[in-house]
Design a protein around this ligand. Structure first.
Ligand code: SDX
Length: 444
């Protein structure tokens, strides 16, 4: 039965709606147009503000600033709603194959069976990397963090694909997009295998995207790999849940890098770099490290106390969000997936999962977290599930990058194809020294 969808319609701006800015410095008034979208807050168009007033707007971290028009993803942070091209994340996570979601984010519609088959064929036939590409790995220490390996090797893709790197050519953009979607699982699995000192596995086009990735990560040449449908469904859901998330730090990085017309491989490498931070995609690794440090339920109150102490830099990682001030819908789905995987692997007594559930229960009963609307986010449960499947914590951010690549590249494509595309160039409020003459060293 179709789930009733929440009413997200907004009252569009009335014709000519505007905001009048009164500058007390000279008493002048300036009318700023108000623009509306499909869902979400209306925007005040300040593009003419500096030219007309000589003033900048000021919004470090851009929490109140829309830096683009986008039709790909919509988040209602207060209601915990996440849509991709209008489809609720809960329905995509429950029913869609990851490649279906890739097609949806790229082209704005759910594919027909033949469109999905054709798309899967194209992606499958880009899934291998150049044989010389393997040599890049040999330059890294075996214990290098796999995100460092991913940044280096994904950026190096632009050293191989000069043939289709002219981003003004729609066909080259399409091929680059397909190559990134297709090669990221191969590269991510190679980074994992390299860290273990085990042989790389070639992709297999007869497997689904998620099953192919699991086989490249855990299969060995000496014996056939048995696909586990529960783990495959969990990884597929993990990738769908990480696919895109509006203008988060790493996506905004990809857009800004792409706005200078840098090639898409370099832009995605920049996105991987931004994602790595523990406040962003590195949080899934930090959550498991935090849970291991807490160790047992009796120590939870101590860490809750530390998280509330302004003099202690400790934060309850996996909690809170720049936008969600309600439960991150992805966290609830991942908690369910986590439970399914643990049951499948006979690990329902996994102490970290029990500890995470107890930590969530206690935190959501604590005024500090409730008042600040700090709920579990996408990273809180994902690491426990990935570790149960067999990935070490250092591999969690690369897996986030694997899922987010489609979002990065779909947003890059949308930005490049926008009619008003131009290089991004934020301004600043200068608070440095006033202008002053150079002092010769003999006089200092
Ligand atoms: C992702 O942007 C995206 O969409 C990101 C992402 C995506 O899909 O791309 O959703 C993926 O990055 C999820 C977030 C993963 N990060 C973590 O889990 C790290 C732990 N969380 C935080 O560090 C923090 O919550 C942030 C960075 C996520 C948000 O930081 P903000 O915006 O500064 O938090 P806030 O302004 O809402 O904080 C309000 C208050 C502050 O205290 P007061 O000054 O009001 O007293 O809550 C406090 C913060 O100090 N606070 C926390 C906390 N997060 C915020 N206190 C303890 N533990 C925390 N986790």
């Amino acid at each position: 039965m179709q789930r009733a969808l929440p009413d997200l319609t907004i009252t569009p701006p009335v014709a000519g709606e505007k905001v009048t800015l009164v500058l007390h410095a000279d008493g002048k008034q300036y009318d700023l147009p108000v623009l509306g979208g499909t869902h979400g807050p209306k925007v005040i168009d300040v593009r003419r503000l500096y030219a007309e007033t000589g003033y900048f707007t000021y919004d470090p971290g851009f929490l109140s600033t829309a830096n683009c028009d986008s039709a790909i993803t919509y988040i209602d942070g207060d209601r915990g709603i996440l849509l991709h091209r209008g489809y609720p994340i809960e329905e995509l996570a429950a029913h869609a194959d990851f490649l279906e979601v890739c097609y949806l984010l790229l082209y704005g519609k759910l594919p027909t069976p033949s469109e999905l088959a054709d798309f899967g064929y194209v992606i499958g036939h880009h899934s291998m990397v150049h044989e010389q590409f393997k040599r890049f790995f040999a330059g890294f220490r075996r214990d290098a963090h796999p995100m460092a390996v991913m940044v280096g090797t994904v950026g190096a893709l632009s050293a191989f694909y000069h043939d289709k790197i002219d981003i003004t050519d729609p066909e080259a953009r399409m091929v680059s997009t397909h190559r990134l979607i297709a090669k990221m699982p191969t590269i991510c699995a190679m980074a994992f295998k390299y860290s273990l000192g085990r042989p790389f596995m070639y992709p297999r086009n007869d497997l689904s995207y998620a099953a192919n990735f699991l086989r490249m990560a855990f299969g060995i040449p000496a014996e056939p790999y048995v696909v586990n449908p529960v783990l495959t469904r969990a990884i597929n859901r993990f990738l769908v849940l990480h696919a895109d998330h509006e203008q988060n730090a790493s996506t905004a990085t990809v857009r800004i890098a792409g706005s200078s017309r840098a090639n898409p491989y370099a832009c995605v490498a920049a996105g991987i770099t931004a994602l790595w931070g523990p406040d962003h995609g590195g949080a899934n690794e930090a959550v498991v490290n935090m849970l291991e440090e807490i160790g047992n339920k009796d120590r939870i109150p101590l860490y809750i106390k530390r998280a509330k102490d302004k003099n202690d830099s400790f934060r309850l990682t996996g909690f809170g969000h720049r936008v969600y001030k309600n439960y991150d819908p992805r966290a609830a789905i991942l908690r369910e997936s986590c439970h399914e995987v643990l049951a499948e692997l006979g690990k329902t007594d996994e102490p970290l999962f029990a500890l995470a559930l107890e930590l969530e229960r206690i935190a959501l009963d604590d005024d500090y977290f409730v008042q600040r609307k700090l709920f579990p986010n996408v990273d809180f449960y994902s690491g426990i599930m990935l570790r149960a499947i067999g990935f070490p914590t250092a591999m969690f951010p690369p897996l986030f990058a694997l899922g987010r690549t489609i979002g990065w590249i779909a947003q890059w494509k949308e930005m490049i194809e926008a009619s008003d595309q131009h290089i991004a160039r934020p301004r600043q409020r200068y608070i440095g020294e006033a202008i002053r003459p150079y002092v010769p060293i003999a006089e200092r």
